[in-house]
Design a protein around this ligand. Structure first.
Ligand SMILES: [Zn+2]
Length: 425
């Protein structure tokens, strides 16, 4: 294994200069001065690079970077039915591979080391993540209502993924999940079989929930229940379930989600851009005590996948919704995007502490956006942008060193080629 040890020399942690040693992908020592073991790689931080937890993006569609700016400023269903679904039907596996790599470039530059993905041709995203050395949870798509041929194709893709599960998951960074798209696009039978499989074969389950008012109203009409109650009646809500959006929840839905230990992925930018509705942060987090996580959704409805931007919007939208500046505190939002995201997927990370997985960022304290620096977390949530992120480390692997990512130009060139073809579809 590459980088069995890595020393962050004279980094800044909790406002103090210290050394941080990483061994076998974990933080092994944090002290005023640590002697580098033999053959240890050293990054000199010179008292100017602060070590920070990295971000865990709990809801995205990575390869949609190729559709960034393809269709904007319209209602979710018009957007999906008239623009996104027709063009997606013509995307090739190579597009997905390249689009996923393009997404990973952006994730790395903006400090993300893990993403929870739901998209077509998941094997291509897995291959790209393995090459780029990010952590990822990649979903096996479940959809109903497509024609028999499309359904058979989808089943074959999922079967191949399941057969290759041990290869996919062997490095400990990538995992397969079950990804039934939403309650309006997946039958009750398929949702039930996904719920059973999640329990019996230890898969996380990733689904969009209560994203629009019409989803709530249609579910109440058809099933006499809210979307959260409907999922619970099928056995879908549990500690391995990730619920994207979760906008139209009743107080008893929130209690149900909390009591089942399911995880909400809050996607503020996408919700605002699609005009879907408001996330009731104060109620969900502060009144009912749900531990939320943060996700960007795809680059087509955001239009970037920067967790740095997402956390600022999460904090500001919470305050605006509650008409109260004390709601959506920087420390809570930062924890949601780091520790809580990691915890939702059983990753012992999101913190700079001995024994935790060595996922971290080196943040440039000489960047004007980080001066003054009375509160590092406040600066990360309200001020920083990607120009502040100097280096990104995931499980001890260096993904970006002093802003350099290997192979970046080739990925950008290939992505532009794919976009030219898509523009002519
Ligand atoms: Zn989504």
């Amino acid at each position: 294994m590459e980088n069995t040890s890595l020393l962050l020399k004279n980094t800044v942690h909790n406002g103090k200069t210290c050394d941080v040693l990483i061994e076998n992908g974990m933080f092994s020592k944090i002290a005023d001065s640590v002697k580098a073991p033999a053959d240890c790689r050293v990054i000199n931080c010179n008292g100017n690079l602060a070590v920070s937890p990295a971000f865990y993006n709990t809801h995205t569609h990575a390869a949609m970077t190729l559709l960034r700016s393809y269709a904007d400023d319209m209602n979710l269903f018009k957007w999906l039915q008239e623009y996104i679904w027709p063009v997606e039907a013509k995307l090739t596996p190579h597009d997905i591979y390249v689009g996923s790599k393009l997404a990973m470039l952006e994730m790395i530059r903006t400090g993300t080391v893990f993403f929870n993905d739901m998209y077509w041709y998941p094997m291509e995203t897995i291959k790209a993540a393995k090459e780029m050395k990010l952590r990822a949870a990649v979903g096996m798509l479940f959809l109903s209502g497509a024609d028999a041929e499309a359904e058979a194709g989808n089943n074959a893709v999922n079967q191949e993924l399941e057969e290759k599960r041990s290869w996919i998951e062997e490095d400990g960074k990538i995992r397969l999940t079950l990804a039934p798209h939403a309650i309006y696009s997946v039958s009750r039978e398929k949702l039930h079989s996904a719920a059973c499989k999640s329990g019996s074969e230890n898969y996380h389950l990733h689904i969009h929930l209560a994203e629009t008012r019409s989803e709530l109203e249609n579910c109440q009409k058809e099933h006499g229940m809210t979307p959260a109650e409907y999922l619970d009646s099928i056995g879908v809500l549990g500690p391995k379930t990730i619920l994207a959006h979760s906008l139209f929840l009743t107080p008893s839905d929130i209690e149900l989600i909390r009591d089942r230990g399911a995880h909400i992925s809050h996607n503020p930018c996408s919700n605002m851009k699609l005009g879907s509705g408001s996330f009731h942060y104060q109620e969900i987090v502060e009144k009912y005590g749900c531990e939320i996580t943060i996700g960007t959704d795809g680059a087509c409805s955001n239009n970037n996948i920067s967790m740095l931007e997402e956390i600022k919007f999460a904090a500001l939208s919470a305050k605006r919704q509650a008409h109260d500046p004390e709601v959506g505190k920087d420390t809570d939002i930062f924890k949601a995007a780091t520790c809580n995201g990691a915890k939702a997927f059983g990753i012992d990370g999101g913190e700079i502490a001995v024994g935790k997985v060595a996922d971290c960022l080196l943040v440039d304290l000489n960047n004007p956006l980080m001066v003054a620096n009375y509160s590092f977390v406040s600066n990360m949530v309200y001020s920083a942008d990607s120009s502040c992120i100097d280096t990104v480390i995931c499980g001890g692997d260096i993904l970006m060193l002093h802003k350099f990512i290997e192979g970046e130009n080739e990925i950008l060139q290939e992505a532009r080629k794919c976009c030219r073809r898509i523009a002519n579809i």
